[in-house]
Design a protein around this ligand. Structure first.
Ligand SMILES: Nc1ncnc2c1ncn2[C@@H]1O[C@H](COP(=O)(O)OP(=O)(O)OP(=O)(O)O)[C@@H](O)[C@H]1O
Ligand SMILES: [Mg+2]
Length: 643
């Protein structure tokens, strides 16, 4: 092409539409569009993009992460007066890579971060066309539509992410140095960036789907990779940690962190070690499980350690889920209308919201277990763990290790890697110490320490692990008497029994027998897939006059047998007596409590239930084990207004 002066020729092109036929077709088409957009050819620099436009571009951060170092490397191979620009998919300049002098020089033409080179804003340019057409191309001096471009030559190649143009690389140089080979370099760079973006994307997805944190450090303990989850688990704010000394995050001078650093300094593999990490200003250290795998220079280019960090809380949650340790019962599942019992429930419900430890007292089978679960589910800890341990069911020598865990080698037979105790499992939740009266004195002393210090030390260990646990203890023993006998520590008795809840035995709440029976019958019939059954008035009478040493559990067991044995829908006295001859009138029950079998007991129950549930019909029907429809029929029958 015949060019003596770019500017003169450029002016000629703008003056003479006929001359524009000599432009390459894609350039002349772009000029045409630029005229239509109303762009002024006299423009001395491209406009800046709208505020925030640079940030809106999704994933630009990681595109830049990949592109920037590559473009910096490329600069070494380019003539000194060249600049490399990284563009977003909107043709906005997101980075300018050049020497300071060259950068300044290009700034005069408005080529700086934030400049927008989209065709509709700045007319024909390599960047505008390259982004629009999604192909590599070069545009020289006079081919630029606006004046700001006519002094340089530009080569552009698009960056793609899964075939979509997400930006580009442009190499700009003075017109005199224009060289078609430079387009090849731009293409090589963009190609390399595009494929790295693919890998980066996988890393990004994998990083987000692994719940464990991954940390990689070099031989000088500097971080060169820290996954997102790692930030989250260690509660380190998101920041650029590349090449940051790990000691700046996990301070080796803090006593809690010393064990972690001992493990890091070990040359060999470390598997599943529980460590505490004290990070930043936070008071509570984070409890983690870590695995460290060292790689020497023969495997990777240089010595590295990969540290996999698991959240202890997550591991604990898994253990709880698989071991079936959870509280299912709520106050709505607890049946009863006896005023004294209702008072107990009221008291328990109110205590649930407090932080105090609770002691549940009552005979065997009165419902201590269910009440403990209901309290947990009513408390602010309801989403935390509920860990139950029966102190009577464990051999004495195992109680302490069950409760507090142990370190490897704590005693003969101790599992490798040690073991987590129930207190650690119950962190942020409730621990239910059933049959506390059977706890040996040495364990009582340890328990007292946990209550006072709110930390545990595993058997054979030395670290104090903070635990935030509410204790609900239960016993059917007379703890006060145990205290007098010196078999139960007085101080512990007071610490556990900040709130004491006494559950009355079944024989003292005879009015509950009917409603409990009905409740169990409907549950049992549903479970065994049988038609509904009820008790005959005589059976109820007998039940109400029995002393129930096994309390509710005994009643439940008797009904379970009765349901399976009786063929008729009404369970008769005959059948029950046949099954369980133990049922005979109890001398302990006072005559006032005996209910006249002829009296419509049902009415009493309904009234009591309505009172308990604030006249709520659904709850009343549920408690009575009947449908709402049936309840309304009965209300009608007894002439009770159903409003
Ligand atoms: N108020 C109630 N409403 C419904 N079911 C109840 C009620 N109280 C207890 N139960 C049931 O009775 C049975 C015994 O209750 P639980 O195990 O809670 O008693 P406990 O006092 O812990 O007994 P133990 O002293 O033998 O451990 C359980 O099956 C429970 O579901
Ligand atoms: Mg129990």
């Amino acid at each position: 092409m015949h060019i003596y002066n770019d500017k003169d020729y450029w002016q000629l092109l703008h003056r003479d539409s006929f001359e524009r036929n000599n432009l390459r077709p894609e350039i002349s088409a772009s000029w045409q569009r630029s005229y239509e957009y109303g762009i002024s050819p006299e423009m001395l620099s491209p406009p800046m993009c709208e505020e925030g436009e640079l940030q809106i571009q999704p994933n630009m951060d990681y595109i830049l992460d990949v592109a920037q170092p590559l473009c910096e490397q490329m600069l070494d191979y380019l003539p000194d007066d060249h600049a490399v620009l990284i563009l977003s998919n909107q043709a906005c300049v997101v980075a300018v890579i050049a020497s300071d002098m060259v950068k300044k020089c290009f700034e005069q033409f408005g080529m700086k971060v934030g400049a927008c080179l989209a065709e509709e804003k700045a007319g024909t340019s390599a960047i505008a066309l390259g982004i629009k057409l999604g192909q590599p191309l070069q545009v020289v001096g006079y081919e630029h539509f606006a004046q700001f471009g006519i002094r340089h030559g530009a080569s552009f190649a698009p960056i793609r992410d899964r075939r979509k143009v997400v930006g580009g690389v442009a190499i700009l140089g003075p017109l005199e140095a224009y060289d078609s080979k430079i387009l090849g370099m731009a293409q090589l760079a963009s190609h390399s960036i595009s494929s790295r973006i693919g890998i980066q994307r996988w890393n990004y997805l994998i990083d987000r789907s692994i719940s464990d944190g991954i940390l990689a450090i070099d031989e000088e303990d500097r971080i060169f990779y820290m996954s997102k989850q790692c930030h989250r688990i260690m509660k380190v704010p998101e920041q650029n940690t590349y090449k940051l000394p790990l000691a700046e995050i996990i301070d080796p001078d803090r006593p809690e962190n010393q064990y972690f650093w001992t493990l890091i300094k070990e040359k060999s593999q470390v598997t599943d070690e529980s460590v505490l990490l004290s990070i930043g200003e936070r008071k509570e250290p984070v409890n983690c499980n870590i695995t460290i795998t060292p790689f020497d220079a023969s495997v990777s280019d240089w010595s590295v350690k990969i540290i996999v960090i698991q959240e202890m809380e997550r591991i604990n949650r898994l253990i709880r889920n698989y071991s079936g340790n959870s509280a299912r019962v709520t106050f709505d599942d607890i049946v009863g209308t006896n005023p004294q019992f209702l008072n107990t429930l009221y008291h328990a419900k109110r205590s649930a919201g407090t932080r105090s430890n609770i002691l549940l007292l009552g005979e065997s089978g009165v419902g201590k277990d269910v009440l403990a679960q209901a309290i947990h589910n009513e408390s602010p800890r309801r989403n935390g763990p509920f860990i139950a341990i029966n102190c009577a069911a464990l051999p004495r020598e195992l109680i302490a290790s069950e409760l507090f865990g142990y370190e490897e080698g704590a005693f003969t037979g101790a599992r490798r890697g040690g073991n987590l105790g129930k207190f650690e499992l119950a962190h942020q939740g409730t621990i239910f110490l059933d049959e506390i009266g059977d706890m040996p004195l040495d364990s009582q002393a340890m328990l007292l320490r946990v209550i006072e210090e709110k930390t545990i030390v595993r058997l054979g260990g030395s670290k104090s692990i903070p635990v935030n646990v509410r204790i609900i203890a239960a016993t059917n023993k007379d703890l006060q008497a145990e205290v007098e006998n010196n078999t139960f520590r007085r101080d512990l008795f007071y610490r556990l029994g900040v709130i004491k809840i006494i559950i009355p035995p079944l024989r003292e709440r005879t009015e509950d027998i009917a409603i409990l029976s009905q409740h169990f019958l409907s549950v049992l019939c549903r479970r065994f897939n049988l038609p509904k059954k009820t008790l005959s008035p005589e059976v109820l009478y007998a039940f109400q006059n029995y002393s129930w040493p096994g309390n509710i559990r005994e009643l439940q067991n008797i009904l379970e047998s009765a349901v399976q044995w009786s063929v008729s829908p009404i369970i008769s006295k005959n059948q029950v007596e046949q099954l369980l001859p133990a049922i005979k009138p109890s001398p302990q029950v006072s005559i006032e409590k005996i209910v006249d079998p002829e009296e419509p007991l049902e009415l009493k129950q309904i009234k009591a239930c309505l009172a308990k549930y604030d006249n709520n019909k659904s709850k009343t029907a549920k408690a009575l084990g009947i449908s709402r429809k049936t309840l309304y029929k009965r209300l009608d029958k007894y002439g009770i207004s159903s409003s």
